[in-house]
Design a protein around this ligand. Structure first.
Ligand SMILES: C[S@@+](CC[C@H](N)C(=O)[O-])C[C@H]1O[C@@H](n2cnc3c(N)ncnc32)[C@H](O)[C@@H]1O
Length: 357
């Protein structure tokens, strides 16, 4: 039986499963999964997994996805490599892959998998060596070619598959290991940094360097504002709470103690960002209005999802935004992701295509 392996934040397996089941339903592909709570992965059994895979790039709750080709159990500790190499040869023949660009040995995230994580980390070296000897792996890492993905449930069981470069997560397994900038006022600065990288791509700093102004709703103490200021944007920081003093000394921040739902900018700004802890439907509506009425060109915002119906809440909000977009801004771009630095929230990027003021 073919299947997809999906990674998600531990604790979000149900949402991840609900979303892939829903996507499968729209493609007339049906499947099922037995989920292990807090494991951080879902195996979705589905006859047409390989076709479904090509539609997975828009999934919100999955951090990374790849199709499973083989599952090996009872690996012999004295020779784990031989059956894996045989399986890889078969996979490459079936998929017509001439050369792999890289190998990734993976594991689940939960506490129960610490020993496996250590094992998987070391095991990548012998796999690489063996594949290079057989001329199945490029001499240097080549991200433009398929990567071999090996998911170890433990040191005796491995799931084998390969990905497609276009569908691969920006960071390995979708885990964005970013270094917290020492000067940033809060760690939540990393959420916005990850969001820019994820939604805009590697050259996001270059893209922002062409922008001049921003608004941060719910800005205190200033982690998100810091990201905008760091790219040279003059930023209105809206929050009744205090802003970091060093950040204010940059001269690029105007702190306004006001309600983010009513304050408006004097002129259209380039970027609107919002991290207010408020009802998600209300925040989404506000963001749409700002862009629709040409008060900002682009928005990145967080939606704090209610514990018991996170997937449903996002579906409802998405449906509403889609209806508005289709009617009023047919060229709009909306992308959403449960980012690595997000907890009970997801992050959304919105561009209604109103750049011309
Ligand atoms: C998660 S914190 C923001 C952290 C900030 N992004 C950072 O990186 O430092 C949420 C902030 O939203 C603010 N907030 C909540 N509701 C608001 C409203 N209606 N108007 C303005 N700020 C609001 C709170 O005062 C709080 O400081």
């Amino acid at each position: 039986m073919s299947a997809l392996l999906l990674y998600c934040r531990p604790g979000f397996e149900k949402e991840c499963m609900a979303e892939i089941s829903e996507l499968a339903g729209t493609k007339e592909a049906f499947g099922w999964a037995n989920i292990e709570m807090n494991s951080g992965f879902v195996i979705f059994e589905c006859e047409t997994a390989h076709t479904l895979y090509s539609h997975c790039d828009a999934l919100v709750f999955a951090r990374d996805v790849w199709p499973i080709s083989d599952r090996l159990t009872d690996l012999d500790p004295s020779d784990r490599l031989s059956p894996i190499i045989e399986s890889v040869k078969q996979l490459m023949a079936e998929k017509g892959i001439k050369l792999l660009g890289d190998v990734s040995t993976e594991h689940a995230e939960g506490d129960d998998y610490r020993a496996t994580a250590k094992f998987a980390g070391k095991f990548v070296h012998p796999v690489r060596q063996a594949l290079r000897k057989l001329n199945l792996l490029s001499k240097k890492e080549d991200s433009s070619k398929p990567s071999l993905r090996l998911f170890f449930k433990d040191s005796t069981q491995v799931i084998v598959g390969s990905d497609k470069p276009r569908l691969r997560a920006k960071w390995p397994m979708g885990i964005a290991r970013l270094r917290s900038p020492a000067a940033a006022p809060s760690r939540s600065t990393l959420k916005l940094e990850e969001a820019f990288g994820h939604f805009l791509g590697d050259d996001w700093r270059e893209q922002l360097s062409h922008c001049r102004t921003g608004v941060d709703l719910g800005a205190s103490p200033g982690g998100w504002t810091w990201q905008l200021v760091n790219q040279g944007l003059y930023t209105y920081a809206i929050d009744n709470g205090p802003m970091d003093k060093k950040l204010m000394a940059s001269g690029l921040v105007e702190h306004v103690a006001a309600d983010g739902f009513t304050w408006k900018p004097p002129l259209m700004v380039d970027w609107l960002v919002c991290d207010m802890i408020e009802k998600p439907g209300r925040v989404a509506q506000l963001m749409y209005e700002w862009l629709h009425t040409r008060q900002a060109k682009y928005a990145i915002f967080n939606l704090k999802l209610p514990m018991k119906k996170r997937f449903q809440e996002w579906q409802d909000i998405k449906t509403q935004l889609d209806i508005a977009k289709v009617g009023q801004h047919p060229k709009a771009i909306m992308k959403a992701k449960h980012l690595y630095h997000d907890r009970e929230e997801i992050t959304v990027f919105l561009d209604l295509g109103n750049q011309n003021g």
